[in-house]
Write a protein that binds this ligand. Structure first.
Ligand code: FMN
Length: 234
């Protein structure tokens, strides 16, 4: 597949067929992912492929503990867990999480409720001793460290696409990181960065909805002219 097309059409896949993903394919995806850019080439990622059904179920349960509060916040019009947010509104929204859990229990459930049935679940970790987190000492939420791990995850997902697979990066389980740590025996020097779900997609790639460039890029100044498709000659 053409790289440009892959970049424009590789969306989140959350519905998978029962077809298993062979061991050697999982290996190949990680083998492609390892060429991702990362701070100082420290390659701080670690991966635990969770295959044991009991552990997959436990991972699902950890995920769900974040999922219903997420739904409650999103349905209240909030960006769940945004570093800058109205914590009171967030708290009020989360009080309704149980209602979302009850609604899910009354129905067939979706990706979250069936996470354990996903063909491949990869827990991606970051070695905190090897992250070049240049914003570590700033008086704000830190962001840069993750950038040494998430491009790796994205490369794995792109590699999956080129193999005819699909998947999604998930972070919901990170809400209860200690439980994930205990579940798969992760030492304290590692952060849980994501749980990546992979498998054979049920549906074809869909059209992705993203804001146009001129909505998020400007020239010379934050409040500068929007970056348009062609130069206006100035
Ligand atoms: C950092 C990050 C965390 C995410 N966490 C979750 C998650 O916990 N669960 C989930 O279902 N999708 C998760 N996603 C997938 C996003 O929901 C998805 O990329 C976004 O909605 C765009 O979807 P689309 O590519 O299908 O248009 C995450 C994506 C990123 C990049």
């Amino acid at each position: 597949m053409d790289l440009e097309e892959a970049l424009r059409t590789t969306g989140a896949v959350r519905e998978f067929t029962d077809e298993p993903v062979p061991h050697e394919v999982v290996y190949r995806l990680l083998d492609a992912g390892r060429f991702a850019p990362n701070g100082g080439n420290r390659q701080a990622w670690r991966v635990v492929w969770v295959r044991d059904p009991a552990r997959k179920q436990a991972l699902r349960d950890i995920y769900l503990r974040g999922w219903y509060p997420y739904l409650a916040m999103a349905s209240a019009g909030l960006t769940p867990w945004a570093p800058l947010t109205d914590r009171d509104s967030e708290g009020r929204a989360v009080e309704h999480a149980g209602e979302f859990a009850a609604a899910a229990a009354a129905g067939a459930g979706g990706f979250a409720e069936h996470l354990d049935a996903v063909p491949v679940l990869l827990v991606v970790l970051a070695d905190l001793r090897r992250l070049a987190a240049v914003d570590r000492d700033l008086d704000r939420y830190t962001l840069v460290g993750g950038a040494s791990v998430y491009p790796f995850v994205w490369s794995v997902l792109l590699a999956a696409r080129s193999e005819g697979l699909g998947g999604v990066i998930t972070t919901m389980a990170v809400r209860h990181e200690d439980e994930v740590r205990r579940l798969v025996g992760v030492p304290g020097e590692y952060a849980v960065a994501a749980v990546v779900a992979l498998g054979h997609p049920v549906h074809q790639a869909k059209r992705l909805s993203r804001q146009p460039v001129e909505e998020f890029a400007t020239v010379d100044h934050f409040d500068g002219a929007p970056l348009l498709p062609a130069s206006s000659g100035g």
